[in-house]
Design a protein around this ligand. Structure first.
Ligand SMILES: NC(=O)c1ccc[n+]([C@@H]2O[C@H](COP(=O)([O-])OP(=O)(O)OC[C@H]3O[C@@H](n4cnc5c(N)ncnc54)[C@H](OP(=O)(O)O)[C@@H]3O)[C@@H](O)[C@H]2O)c1
Length: 308
C-alpha cells in the first residue's frame, strides 16, 4: 500500500513542476485523481489540468490546502511570501508541507507558515519527464510516516535522496539543481563545434545527444570512475589525448568548479534575501559568507543513498 493511499495532496501553484508531480503520481497509481486538489490563479490553466488529469482545481490557495494531508508548495520564489501570508496560521500540525521552491530555507518556510512539519527539496528539470533527481531535507518535527509520504511524492519526479542536514540541499542546488544548465551548455557547444566541422545541424545534434546519453548509461552500467573510462579511450599520441590537452589548457575543471561555487553562493544569497525580507536575520552580519563557508567545506556527508 502506498504511503499516500487514502491521503490528499494539494498543489499550491500548479505550473510545470506541480504538473510533473501530478502526472507521476497518477501514472504510478499512487493516488487517484480524487485525492488531488490544485490551486492556480489562471482559469484556463485550472480547466487544462482538470480536463487532462481529472483533478479538482480551485482559485484559492487556502481552499486547496484546507484538509490536505500533503501540501506541495510549487510557486515561484518571488510569490512565496504572498502565498505564505495567505496560508500562515491556517495549517494544522498533522499537515505536511513539501516545498520545491529554490532558495526557500526551512527557517523561511516554518516562520512564514507558522508550521513545523516542513520538507525542503530541490528537484531538477529532467523531473518533467520523470528522470530528475530530488534532494530533500525534513525538519525534525516531520514524522517517519510523513517522510514516507514526501518520498513517494518526490519520486514522482524521478530519483530522490534524503539528506540529514539542510546544507546538502543548498549544495545540491548548485550541483544537480543547476546541473542541467551546465550539461545543456556543453551540449550546445559540442553541437556548434560539429556544425563548424561541417556536419548538418540535425546530424550534429543527434551525434552529441547520443554520445552524452550513451556515455552516461555506460558510466552507470560499469560503475567505473570517470577517469578510468576516459583512459580507456585515450591512446598514446591519439585523438582523445590531443583533445583533452586542449580542455585542460582551457581550465575546464577549474571553470566548472567555479561555476558550481558561484551557483552555491547565489543559492545562499537567495535564502538570505528571503530571510531578510521576513526580518529573520536582522543583526546577523555577513550571514551569506558564514553559511557558505561552514556549509560547503564540510567533509562529512550525511547524505543517504537514493531511495532510502
Ligand atoms: N522548473 C524546474 O526545473 C525547477 C527545478 C527545481 C526547482 N524548481 C522550483 O519549482 C517552483 C515552481 O517552478 P515551475 O517551473 O513549476 O514554475 P511555474 O510553471 O511558473 O509554476 C508556478 C505556478 O504558480 C502559479 N502562481 C502564480 N501566482 C500564484 C499565487 N499567488 N498562488 C498560487 N499559484 C500562483 C503560476 O500561475 P501563472 O502561470 O498564472 O503565473 C504557475 O502556474 C519554483 O519555485 C522553482 O524554483 C523548478
Amino acid at each position: 500500500m502506498s504511503p499516500l493511499s487514502n491521503r490528499t495532496v494539494a498543489t499550491i501553484g500548479s505550473g510545470v513542476m506541480a504538473e510533473s508531480i501530478i502526472a507521476g503520481l497518477l501514472r504510478g497509481k499512487l493516488v487517484g485523481p480524487g485525492q488531488i486538489v490544485g490551486s492556480e490563479p489562471r482559469p484556463e490553466r485550472r480547466e487544462e489540468l482538470t480536463s487532462q488529469y481529472g483533478v479538482r482545481m480551485v482559485a484559492s490557495n487556502l481552499e486547496a490546502a484546507a484538509g490536505a494531508d500533503v501540501i506541495l508548495l510549487s510557486v515561484k520564489p518571488q510569490t512565496l511570501t504572498k502565498v505564505g501570508h495567505e496560508l500562515g496560521g491556517h495549517l494544522k500540525p498533522n499537515q505536511l508541507v513539501v516545498s520545491i521552491i529554490a532558495g526557500a530555507t526551512c527557517r523561511v518556510l516554518t516562520s512564514l507558515l507558522d508550521h513545523r512539519e516542513v520538507v525542503r527539496s530541490m528537484p531538477n528539470t529532467p523531473a518533467q519527464i520523470g528522470r530528475g533527481i530530488t534532494v530533500w531535507y525534513a525538519t525534525p518535527e516531520v514524522t517517519e510516516e510523513q517522510c514516507a509520504q514526501a518520498r513517494v511524492l518526490l519520486q514522482a519526479l524521478g530519483t530522490d535522496l534524503q539528506v540529514e542536514d539542510e546544507k546538502f540541499v543548498e549544495m545540491a542546488t548548485a550541483v544537480s539543481g543547476t546541473g542541467p544548465a551546465y550539461v545543456f551548455l556543453v551540449m550546445e557547444a559540442l553541437i556548434d563545434a560539429a556544425v563548424h566541422l561541417g556536419f548538418p545541424r540535425h546530424v550534429a545534434h543527434d551525434l552529441v545527444i547520443e554520445t552524452l546519453e550513451g556515455s552516461t548509461a555506460f558510466a552507470k552500467a560499469t560503475a567505473q570512475h570517470p577517469a578510468v573510462l576516459r583512459n580507456m579511450v585515450t591512446s598514446p599520441g591519439g585523438t582523445s589525448a590531443a583533445a583533452i590537452h586542449e580542455l585542460e589548457s582551457g581550465r575546464l575543471r577549474t571553470v566548472l568548479s567555479e561555476a558550481v561555487w558561484a551557483s552555491y553562493r547565489r543559492t545562499i544569497e537567495l535564502g538570505s534575501e528571503l530571510e531578510q525580507g521576513l526580518g529573520l536575520n536582522e543583526g546577523v552580519s555577513d550571514a551569506t559568507n558564514g553559511r557558505a563557508a561552514s556549509g560547503a567545506r564540510s567533509k562529512t556527508s550525511t547524505a543517504r543513498r537514493p531511495g532510502h
